[in-house]
Design a protein around this ligand. Structure first.
Ligand SMILES: Cc1ncc(COP(=O)(O)O)c(C=O)c1O
Length: 421
């Protein structure tokens, strides 16, 4: 064979292989769900980026959760993942749970004011000055911190600090001890430390031991068998409970709170005996994309960012050396451009399908470029929908949450602010 023929053959082969590698058209117009949601937003007169919670989706996730937990464990609502009093009220009502897990001092004051019936467990230890700030800002609403607020203490030093604060304020306080059951994010690391902390709590006239918190998300995150890691975490938890029961004897609280779990792990406890008595979850009720994991396969998304389209154009244009046309030629999902209101959130575009930011043009929090295929029939003022990757921070960025129910925007839930008032 001649050299030229060989070369042509090789080129044709490379072109063929290149075509095989060419991205497929991922584009599609809005599904009927997102068309209806667009209509509801329009009817409500909304025209800026919004966080939308689908109430039916939220309720379905709560039912799924109930199906797993049943009456085997109490349910504690992780409030940082559902950071709105209205949303928490909805979840408290639907789940018949008064138990909240909080992570931020201003939110504790807000909850004490707005949900005075709540039983609050801290999900992380607070600097003692933050605890002092809670008592300083507190107004009398019927929320009794001596019975309803369980501070989380992770070291003997912190027990000493809280004992001093309790003395100083002449305020009884509930002390929950953080256990390290394998995550290695702090908490009790060994028997000696636990015994010392229990001793310090017992010797304080104002502190009362109320239980343990042992969080174990690593069980499903590290490579290997989740059940093996679960069993190791549970062996550590059980060991610490046994030690504390032995040490405290009669002083062991009958109503001890023994907290465990999170969205990624809660379904690992459907069967079997475990040393805890309550499970905490929040994110699984709205299911951001970080929670698209096998252990939450039966939960569905219930929260979206909705944002209006500001501009549309054919093709892609990049300032400077314009590689946009090349991008369009290669990738059918870069043949149209839209600019949305806002952007660069911790979120992924979901509808219309096949939209993505342009890595050459770059990201923007002001008006972000998204590209898609010609199958995406967006016009100016239409809506684009994204799914948050997580909820705790993203939910706080859009003002009041728009509640979608029965085909319309049915309510608005203010989100928790940084201020107590
Ligand atoms: C102590 C603790 N418990 C439970 C959770 C679970 O929260 P979620 O269900 O939102 O993942 C978290 C999340 O960070 C946590 O820190």
């Amino acid at each position: 064979m001649k050299r030229r023929t060989l070369l042509l053959g090789a080129l044709a082969g490379a072109a063929g292989a290149g075509l095989l590698l060419r991205p497929e058209d991922q584009g599609a117009p809005h599904t009927s769900y997102f068309r209806d949601l667009s209509g509801a937003l329009e009817e409500a007169g909304l025209a800026t980026p919004r966080l939308v919670v689908d109430r039916a989706g939220l309720k379905a996730n709560l039912q799924t959760l109930r199906g797993h937990i049943g009456d085997r464990f109490d349910y504690r609502i992780v409030a940082k993942s559902l950071p709105s009093i209205g949303l928490l009220q909805e979840v408290m009502r639907e789940s018949a749970s008064r138990r909240l897990m909080l992570f931020h001092q201003p939110f504790i004051n807000r909850v004490a004011e707005s949900l005075p019936e709540a039983d609050v467990l801290l999900g992380k230890p607070m600097p003692v000055s933050a605890a002092a700030e809670f008592y300083r800002q507190r107004s009398d609403t019927g929320f009794d911190p001596a019975r309803q607020l369980r501070w989380l203490l992770d070291t003997p030093q912190r027990v000493v600090q809280y004992a001093e604060l309790a003395e100083q304020l002449q305020q009884d306080m509930l002390a929950c001890i953080e256990l390290d059951v394998g995550l290695h994010r702090g908490g009790v690391q060994g028997d000696r430390e636990l015994l010392e902390m229990l001793d310090l709590v017992s010797r304080s006239p104002r502190l009362q031991f109320t239980g343990f918190m042992g969080y174990e998300p690593h069980v499903v995150k590290v490579p290997g068998d989740p059940l093996k890691y679960r069993d190791q975490a549970m062996a550590a938890y059980r060991h610490y409970v046994d030690i504390a029961r032995e040490q405290l004897g009669e002083q062991w609280p009958e109503d001890a709170v023994l907290n465990c779990g999170g969205s990624p792990t809660y379904q690992l406890y459907d069967d079997g005996d475990y040393p805890f008595n309550e499970l905490a979850t929040g994110s699984c009720l709205v299911k951001p994309t970080d929670f698209d994991i096998p252990t939450l396969a039966d939960h569905g998304p219930a929260a979206y960012i909705a944002t209006p389209v500001l501009k549309t154009s054919e093709g892609v244009q990049i300032p400077g050396i314009d590689l946009g046309p090349l991008q369009s030629l290669w990738d059918p999902n870069r043949q149209r451009t839209v600019f949305i209101y806002g952007g660069y959130w911790k979120a992924q575009p979901v509808s219309p399908a096949g939209l993505s930011p342009n890595p050459l043009f770059g990201r923007s929090t002001n008006q972000e470029m998204l590209n898609g295929s010609p199958a995406i029939d967006l016009a100016v003022d239409d809506w684009v929908f994204l799914r948050p990757t997580q909820s705790e921070f993203v939910f706080l960025q859009f003002g009041d949450i728009a509640v979608y129910d029965g085909g319309r925007i049915d309510d608005y839930w203010p989100v928790l602010g940084q201020q107590a008032g």
